[in-house]
Design a binder for this molecule. Structure first.
Ligand code: SAH
Ligand code: SF4
Length: 356
C-alpha cells in the first residue's frame, strides 16, 4: 500500500528475501539472484543497480527500469557541539522530511530512527505529535535511515532504537520487515537484542509482536499509571486503557522472556507526585519492569498551545527524590541523558516545521 509507484517505479529496498525471490521469478530470473541482490541492498552502500557487480548487466538494466534502489536522500545534518549527537534530515521520494539521530556513547553508537512522517497520536508532550501525521514510512525508508546514517557517520552503529518520529506499531508491517532485514543472517548487521522498539501502547500489535518470534526489546511509553492523567497527555489511552496495556505487556514478557522498559517523562505536578511513585511500585509488583526516567525536553521551539503549553519539566531535585524512592523499592531505574538537546535532537523533539 505505502510502496506506491514513484515515476512508475517501485522501491526494491524493503523487500524481504522471499519477496525478492518472487519478484525475480516474476521477471523470469533465477531465484538465487535474490540472495545476491539482498546482500548488495542491505549489506553495502551502493547507490545504483549498476554497482551490483555479480548481477548480469541485462538484469541490472531490467531492475533499474522498474525499480528504484535508494529511497531517501540526505537533506542536511547537524552535530551537537556538546556531545557529538548527530541529527540527519532525510527527504523521501515524495519530498517528506524525516529525522534520524545518532547518539554516540562510550562504547555504543545508537541510531534513533523514524517510522512515520509525523505521528497521529497527539501526545501533548511530544514535538512529533504536535506536527501531526503525514504518512507511514516504507520498510525501505526505515532501512535507508540505517544505511545512510552508517555511511555518513562512518562508524559502526551498534544499537537501534525505534524512537524517532512516529509510532512503530501503527506502521506494523513495515517496522517488522525492517526488523527482519536488520536481523538477517545474510548481512551481519545488528542483532535483535540490540534493537528496541518503543510504543505508546497499541495493544493488539503488542500481542502480534510478542507472537512474531522476533525477540526484540520493547519499551513502553507509560508516563502515568492513572487513566485520568494518561487520557489527557496521551489520547491513545482512551482507546487502549492501562488495564489492557498491562495485560498485553505481561503477555509480551511471558512470551519473550524479556523485561519491558517503561519510559517515563517527568512532568511537573502531573506524574511526579508521591502517588505516582506508589503507582509505579504497584505496576512493578505485577510485571517485571525497568524504568527509564526521561527529563522532559521543552517544546518551546514548536510554540505549543493548550495542555502542551502548560507542561513543565520536573526539577532535578524532585527527579533525584523520585528515583531514590523507586530504587528503595528495588526497581531498576535509569535516568536518561538529554543528549542532542542543543540541536533539537533529543527524545521527543523531532519535528519538521517545513512539513507543516
Ligand atoms: N511513538 C513511540 C516512539 C517514538 S517517541 C512512543 O511514543 O513510544 C520516543 C520516546 O520519546 C517516547 O518514550 C516518548 O514518550 C518520548 N518523548 C516524546 N516527547 C518527549 C519530550 N518532549 N521529552 C522527552 N521525551 C519525549
Ligand atoms: Fe507519537 Fe510517540 Fe510522539 Fe506520542 S510520543 S505523539 S506516540 S511519536
Amino acid at each position: 500500500m505505502e510502496n506506491d509507484k514513484i515515476n512508475g517505479k517501485i522501491q526494491l529496498k524493503g523487500m524481504l528475501l522471499g519477496e525478492l525471490e518472487n519478484t525475480l521469478t516474476e521477471l523470469g530470473e533465477q531465484k538465487f539472484r535474490a540472495k545476491q541482490i539482498f546482500k548488495w541492498m542491505y549489506g553495502s552502500d551502493i547507490n545504483t543497480f549498476d554497482e551490483m557487480l555479480n548481477i548480469p548487466k541485462e538484469l541490472r538494466k531490467k531492475l533499474s527500469e522498474s525499480y528504484i534502489l535508494n529511497t531517501l536522500r540526505l537533506h542536511s545534518s547537524q552535530v551537537s557541539e556538546k556531545d557529538g549527537t548527530t541529527k540527519y534530515i532525510f527527504e523521501t521520494e515524495k519530498n517528506h522530511k524525516i529525522e534520524s539521530v545518532i547518539i554516540p556513547d562510550d562504547n555504543r553508537i545508537t541510531l534513533c530512527l523514524s517510522t512515520q512522517v509525523g505521528c497521529p497520536l497527539d501526545c501533548k508532550f511530544c514535538a512529533t505529535g504536535l506536527m501531526g501525521y503525514k504518512q507511514n514510512l516504507t520498510s525501505g525508508e526505515i532501512i535507508d535511515q540505517y544505511l545512510l546514517a552508517s555511511k555518513y557517520f562512518n562508524k559502526k552503529i551498534t544499537n537501534i532504537v525505534y524512537m524517532g518520529m512516529g509510532e512503530p506499531l501503527l506502521n506494523y508491517e513495515c517496522s517488522i520487515s525492517s526488523l527482519k532485514i536488520f536481523n538477517s543472517e545474510l548481512i551481519s548487521n545488528i542483532h535483535l537484542k540490540h534493537i528496541t522498539v518503543s510504543t505508546s501502547g497499541i495493544v493488539p500489535n503488542i500481542y502480534k509482536l510478542a507472537d512474531s518470534g522476533l525477540n526484540i526489546r520493547l519499551a513502553l511509553s507509560l508516563h502515568s499509571c492513572f487513566n485520568e492523567i494518561r487520557n489527557e497527555i496521551m489520547p491513545i489511552n482512551k482507546k487502549y486503557p492501562l488495564a489492557e496495556l498491562i495485560e498485553a505487556s505481561k503477555y509480551f514478557t511471558n512470551k519473550t522472556g524479556l523485561k519491558i522498559t517503561i519510559e517515563y517523562i517527568m512532568l511537573k505536578d502531573v506524574n511526579d507526585r508521591d502517588e505516582d511513585i506508589k503507582g509505579l511500585a504497584k505496576l512493578f509488583s505485577q510485571l517485571p519492569i525497568k524504568i527509564n526516567i526521561i527529563p522532559f525536553n521543552s517544546l518551546k521551539h514548536m510554540n505549543p498551545e493548550g495542555l502542551s503549553l502548560e507542561l513543565k519539566p520536573t526539577s532535578k531535585e524532585r527527579i533525584d527524590y523520585f528515583v531514590s524512592k523507586l530504587k528503595e523499592k528495588n526497581i531498576q531505574v535509569m535516568v536518561r541523558d538529554t543528549q542532542g538537546e542543543d540541536i533539537d535532537a533529543a527524545c521527543g523533539q523531532l519535528a519538521i516545521k517545513m512539513n507543516k
